[in-house]
Design a protein around this ligand. Structure first.
Ligand code: AN7
Length: 356
């Protein structure tokens, strides 16, 4: 029996909707149940009646990956696996490392050298994963881990593992429960395209099981320098400040396009400048600190609002996929050196004035 303050178990909460058995271990670190925060300044700017932020950075390792990882690792345990492996731009690695530690499994993470945000790297290290950096992109790392997993060396926990998608679809359920129905539209960043696939699956199931009475238009956003789905071809050398979505050949490409087309949505590009603008707007005007990749959803919303491309859309949820603390270097780049003064009221007052 849990006390009222005990961590709820996402697997238990949605067991009826997930491929679990009584033997699936109920591991939990507090994943899911993240806040849906209203965004009045974005409503004022875009003219949309309701804009909500699904703050997935509140998950235990600071990203949405925890929803899928808890299930992928539980199923790996159930199936008797001894180790898990993934390629990652950082968040999958942090999440896999945490749940593997909890489950007592070995974990190896393969990262693109030089392109993983500091906080994510710190997590993978401290959670005890074997951290390998490859001289190549995320896409190169994914090819390698697929080969190792196919050889039976470890269970693959990237989002091509179907349990990841199953776990992640629970975010769509939570949104329907909190709002009392599905929203008109979901705005979401797209990298490897697992999450847009998961939300679509969740919203379709929500409509089928009575959690929602309506469909949702799915709007996905890639970084302009890493926008293979937008351009209709893989990008050999993806480039963006939003390292989480620096992906040139998404594994779930086809299902992302299906979600887009079946829902009457779109997958579009936002520039790094638009991403960073949205990132600072969210923090400075809404009090919500997300990582740069997450701000792609809001950058897309603002871009569409400027073009007048939100007709008929009155209630929007933007998914903020990861916590801003993941990437301290990007945050700090806006104020590289601090003003240092003597510890007197006079000097501090003058310094504050100088910054206003
Ligand atoms: C904050 O961790 O691909 O489209 O290896 O970390 O489901 O890939 C992360 C992706 C958006 C894109 N926002 O989601 C990884 C990884 C954040 C992310 C995405 C990621 P998908």
């Amino acid at each position: 029996m849990g006390s009222p303050m005990a961590t709820t178990c996402l697997i238990d909460r949605y067991a009826a909707y997930l491929p679990v058995t009584p033997r699936t271990p109920r591991i939990a670190l507090g994943e899911g149940g993240t806040p849906l925060v209203r965004a009045p300044r974005l409503e004022a700017e875009t003219g949309v009646r309701e804009v909500w932020l699904k703050v997935e950075g509140m998950n235990p390792t600071g990203s949405f990956k925890d929803r899928g990882m808890v299930l992928a690792v539980a199923k790996a345990m159930e199936e008797g696996a001894a180790s898990v492996i993934c390629a990652s731009t950082g968040n999958t690695a942090a999440s896999a490392a945490a749940y593997a530690a909890r489950a007592g499994l070995e974990c190896a993470v393969v990262l693109p050298a030089g392109h993983v945000a500091l906080g994510k790297l710190a997590q993978a290290i401290v959670f005890g994963a074997r951290v390998i950096a490859v001289r190549g992109s995320f896409d190169d790392a994914l090819v390698v881990v697929k080969e190792l997993a196919a050889g039976g060396e470890a269970t693959l926990v990237n989002s091509i593992n179907p349990y990841r998608i199953e776990g992640q679809k629970t975010a769509a359920f939570e949104i329907c429960e909190t709002l009392g129905d599905a929203p008109d539209a979901l705005f979401i960043p797209v990298g490897n395209a697992g999450n847009i696939t998961a939300y679509w699956k969740g919203f379709v199931e929500a409509a089928r099981t009575g959690m929602a009475t309506r469909g949702v238009r799915m709007f996905g956003f890639q970084a302009a320098g890493a926008a293979p789905i937008v351009h209709g071809r893989p990008v050999a050398e993806p480039r963006t400040i939003a390292t989480a979505i620096r992906i040139g050949n998404p594994a779930s490409w086809k299902s992302a396009v299906e979600a887009r087309d079946a829902s009457g949505g779109a997958i579009e590009a936002v520039t790094d400048e638009e991403i960073l603008d949205a990132y600072r707007f969210l923090a400075g005007c809404e009090g919500v600190f997300c990582e740069p990749a997450s701000a792609a959803s809001v950058a897309g919303l603002r871009q569409r609002a400027r073009r007048g491309a939100l007709e008929g859309i009155e209630r929007i949820v933007c998914v903020l996929t990861g916590n801003g603390l993941k990437d301290p270097d990007t945050a700090k780049s806006f104020s590289p050196s601090l003003t240092e003064v003597a510890p007197t009221a006079e000097d501090v007052r003058a310094a504050i004035r100088a910054l206003s």
